[in-house]
Design a protein around this ligand. Structure first.
Ligand code: MG
Ligand code: NI
Length: 589
């Protein structure tokens, strides 16, 4: 038996340590540890509740707007405010475009290097690569010179002596078997996805004022100026160069620019991201039998399609329990509770208790190893993540959870998409309960949401054209209109899965605040009953060819796209505490 520690896990959003026991080439047990305490929930206490979203989104530099949205919704729920249609559409466009961008980055810049071989890609024939790329996608750009240019750029980058993210990959690993042409194809798209990200973050700049960390949320709606003359308003009199840089987001130029950016995102997802993921999935189809995990999935649902109090949702709400894809169970906020039995927190001496977030608390109490951390073995408490449970059970969240909830709900778009993909890969729908399934589900979801973004721009343009310029319920801004004491919550979905914020407000100030992030669910430690978290469970059974280079473990970890920064919400190494950071793979020193 070998005990492997990967710390830090690179190419994830935050500080994550994974330990695994490997026996006869297979993971037999695993521990997921968030190694950083952030204290956002404590920082929020006592603040003006109107600022909650601005501070809460600082929980992360990747998920940003996800937490701004959940937070502003929690306040609106507490004080009983309904936002105008324009605000709903703007929020959907911001959240939806962030989700699509994030999925693209998740695949190319965090996950693809687990499947692709850089040396093979550098020696691939660009002509053969072009032929291969044209066999998987009808993209006009896929000519030999496109791939030759990308190969030359990569070679120059590697030869520069500062190869950055390509420095410490597990290249030429026996488990990385992708053909050279497929490797070069994905590596070329890796470079192009960087450029796409640079261009499409402008969506966040236009509608959010900046990216990351949008600045335009407001209790009651959005803080964007309505176009003075409606969407046909022209910006006559402004300096042309100024117009070029900063068109008014909701004017004709801004809406047209936003529409162009949505088209760029959608085109890349349809012509590049989805075909690449399916090509990789077709080659590594054995990974449909690895990383299965718990088989229980939770989605709060999000992206409201109408203004009803119980709106139709683009991302569905529900639970799939015990891998039963024939039915969907309901989600009730009251089913959610967190334990700190194995987390570095205290619950007044009853750390095994399951506390609902509305009564939750964040009292850090480090009880891990004090010597250099060689192993977490023997530490009852081993993570800064709490362990959220639904009716006492661990649940996987994220794109796969949403896709399976949609599939289990019956005939419809999700079922048709799943049926199409599994038929193409020659697997059954059950095989999506796997490492491969998480990666494929993320791509399918990106296509669904990217396909809807243009529609929301159209709906927004049409609604503004009717003369409805309301963007916020301005009365909601004044806490004098609020109840003296109020409690609320918001359950929604970010790229990584279900996100919940709970708030208690007294005299306009935040009395209590609790966040249960998607990665708190997925990367959670064990609970009081000893039950593993979803990621821990998924790692059991993963084959490991070479314990010194555990790329297979990282495949399953990154299939969740974990963000422990969000999940624990100061690296507090007190006197005598040393943190052992071994740069095992991909890290930049
Ligand atoms: Mg929390
Ligand atoms: Ni995050």
């Amino acid at each position: 038996m070998t005990r492997i520690a990967i710390d830090p896990v690179t190419r994830v959003g935050g500080h994550l340590r994974i330990e695994a026991e490997v026996t006869n080439g297979v993971v037999t047990d695993a521990w997921s540890s968030g190694t950083m305490f952030r204290g956002i929930e404590l920082i929020l206490r006592g603040r003006d509740a109107r600022d909650a979203w601005l501070l809460a989104q600082r929980v992360c530099g990747t998920c940003t707007g996800v937490h701004a949205l959940a937070s502003v919704r929690a306040v609106e729920d507490a004080i009983g405010v309904t936002i105008p249609r324009n605000a709903r559409l703007i929020r959907n466009i911001l959240a939806g475009s962030q989700l699509v961008q994030d999925h693209v980055v998740s695949f190319y810049h965090r996950h693809a290097l687990d499947w692709v071989d850089l040396p093979a890609g550098l020696s691939a024939d660009p002509v053969a690569t072009s032929a291969f790329a044209r066999s998987v996608s009808e993209r006009p750009l896929s000519n030999p010179s496109y791939f030759k240019n990308a190969q030359d750029r990569l070679a120059r980058f590697i030869d520069s002596g500062q190869p950055g993210p390509f420095a410490n990959g597990y290249w030429s690993h026996p488990a990385i078997t992708l053909p050279p042409e497929a490797s070069l194809m994905v590596l070329a798209h890796y470079l192009e996805a960087l450029d796409l990200q640079r261009r499409t973050t402008r969506i966040g700049a236009l509608l959010g004022g900046k990216n990351p960390h949008p600045q335009t949320f407001l209790v009651g709606g959005m803080a964007l100026s309505p176009p003075w003359g409606g969407p046909k308003h022209s910006m006559a009199g402004e300096h042309p160069q100024q117009l070029e840089r900063t068109p008014e987001a909701l004017g004709a130029r801004g809406l047209s620019d936003l529409g162009d950016l949505m088209t760029q995102l959608r085109t890349f997802v349809e012509q590049v991201y989805v075909p690449d993921v399916l090509a990789i999935a077709g080659h590594y189809v054995d990974w449909a039998g690895i990383g299965r995990g718990l088989g229980s999935y939770l989605s709060f649902g999000d992206l409201p399609e109408d203004d009803a109090s119980q709106p139709a949702l683009l991302l569905p709400s529900g639970r799939v329990v015990d891998a039963d894809l024939t039915k969907v169970a309901m989600v009730d906020q009251a089913g959610i509770a967190e334990t700190v039995a194995h987390s570095h927190y205290s619950y007044d001496g009853d750390d095994d208790a399951l506390r609902p977030p509305a009564e939750g608390r964040t009292e850090p109490r480090y009880a891990g190893p004090k010597a250099p951390v060689i192993s977490l073995e023997g530490s009852a408490k081993y993570s800064w993540l709490k362990a959220p449970r639904y009716q006492g059970q661990p649940m996987e969240v994220g794109p796969l959870a949403r896709l399976l909830v949609g599939y289990a709900a019956g005939p419809g778009d999700a079922r048709a998409r799943v049926d199409g993909v599994v038929a193409r890969l020659g697997i059954g729908p059950d095989a999506l309960l796997s490492t491969l399934g998480r990666t494929v589900a993320r791509a399918i979801e990106a296509q669904v949401v990217a396909g809807r973004l243009g529609g929301w721009i159209g709906d927004l343009t049409a609604n503004l054209a009717t003369g409805d310029l309301a963007i916020a319920d301005v009365a909601a801004w004044d806490p004098a209109t609020w109840p003296r004491a109020a409690q609320g919550w918001a359950l929604g979905e970010g790229p990584r899965g279900a996100v919940g914020h709970w708030i208690r407000i007294v005299d306009g100030r935040i009395a209590d605040y609790q966040i249960v992030d998607a990665s708190t669910w997925n990367a959670s430690p064990r609970d009081a009953k000893g039950g593993r978290g979803p990621l821990e469970e998924a790692l059991v059974g993963t084959p490991v060819a070479d314990p010194a280079r555990p790329v297979e473990i990282l495949r399953t970890v990154r299939s969740f796209d974990p963000c422990p920064a969000c999940a624990v919400h100061l690296l507090g190494a007190g006197p005598g505490v040393r943190v052992d950071l071994r740069l095992l793979e991909g890290a930049v020193r």
